[in-house]
Design a protein around this ligand. Structure first.
Ligand SMILES: *[C@@H]1O[C@H](CO)[C@@H](O)[C@H](O)[C@H]1NC(C)=O
Ligand SMILES: *[C@@H]1O[C@H](CO)[C@@H](O)[C@H](O)[C@H]1NC(C)=O
Length: 195
C-alpha cells in the first residue's frame, strides 16, 4: 500500500493537470514575439452574439433611515441646477415597480449634476445582477440623464459574465417621484448586445 501511494499521487497530479488545462490562459506569445495575438471569433470558447432586452425598476431612496443614495459632494451654493452635486448609489433594481417586488440586482455607482442650464446628471453605474444565470454578471451604464425629460437614453458601454462584450442602450422613464422626500422610481428598458 505504501508503495502504491506515490504512484497514485503521480496519477492524480497528471489527471488534475489535464482537468485544469482548459482553464489556463492561452499563451500570449505572438508570432512576431509581441504580446498580442488574434483569435477567431469562431473559437469554441466564444459564444454566439445575441440581443437581450429587459425592463427593470430602479429605486433611488434618498430619505429615511436607510437611504441607498447618499449625496457626498454638495452643489455649488447659488446653483439652480444643483451643479456640482455628487451622490453615491447602491440602489435596488427590481422586476416590478414596487420595492417589495423581486430584487434582481443593484445599481452601484454615482450620479453627478453636470449641467448649469437644466437638471442634467452624469450617470456612472454598474447594474450588478443577482438573479438566476445572470447572478454575478454586470452591465455598465454611462450617460447623460436629464431627469425631467420623458425618456432619457444612455449608453451601455460594457459588461461582465453573461454580458461580456456588452454594448447597447437603456431608456429611463420616471415611474414615480415623491417630491416631498425626493425618492424616485425609474423604469429602465435595456437593450444589450452581448455574447
Ligand atoms: C454664483 O455666484 C458667483 C459668485 O458669487 C457668480 O459669479 C455666478 O454668476 C453665480 N451663479 C449663478 C447661477 O447665480
Ligand atoms: C448568487 O451568487 C452568490 C455567490 O456565488 C450566492 O451566494 C448567491 O446565493 C447567489 N444568489 C442567487 C439568487 O442565486
Amino acid at each position: 500500500m505504501a508503495r502504491l501511494l506515490p504512484i497514485l499521487f503521480a496519477r492524480l497530479t497528471i489527471i488534475s493537470a489535464l482537468l485544469l488545462f482548459p482553464f489556463l490562459p492561452p499563451s500570449f506569445a505572438g508570432k512576431n514575439g509581441g504580446f498580442v495575438r488574434s483569435i477567431s471569433r469562431k473559437d469554441p470558447g466564444i459564444k454566439e452574439e445575441k440581443l437581450s432586452t429587459f425592463r427593470l425598476y430602479w429605486h433611488d431612496v434618498v430619505s429615511g433611515r436607510n437611504p441607498t443614495s447618499v449625496p457626498i459632494i454638495k452643489p455649488q451654493k447659488n446653483s439652480t441646477t444643483a451643479f456640482g452635486m455628487v451622490s453615491i448609489i447602491d440602489d435596488p433594481i427590481t422586476e416590478g415597480p414596487e420595492l417589495s417586488s423581486k430584487l434582481v440586482g443593484r445599481a452601484q455607482g454615482f450620479y453627478a449634476s453636470a449641467s448649469q442650464e437644466q437638471i442634467g446628471l452624469l450617470m456612472a453605474m454598474n447594474f450588478a445582477f443577482i438573479e438566476g444565470k445572470y447572478n454575478g454578471s454586470t452591465i455598465t451604464v454611462l450617460g447623460r440623464n436629464t431627469v425631467f425629460s420623458k425618456v432619457r437614453e444612455m449608453p451601455v458601454i460594457g459588461g461582465t459574465g453573461a454580458f461580456r462584450f456588452a454594448r447597447g442602450y437603456v431608456e429611463a422613464r420616471t415611474h414615480t417621484v415623491d417630491l416631498n422626500t425626493g425618492d424616485a422610481i425609474v423604469q429602465y428598458t435595456c437593450h444589450v448586445i452581448h455574447y
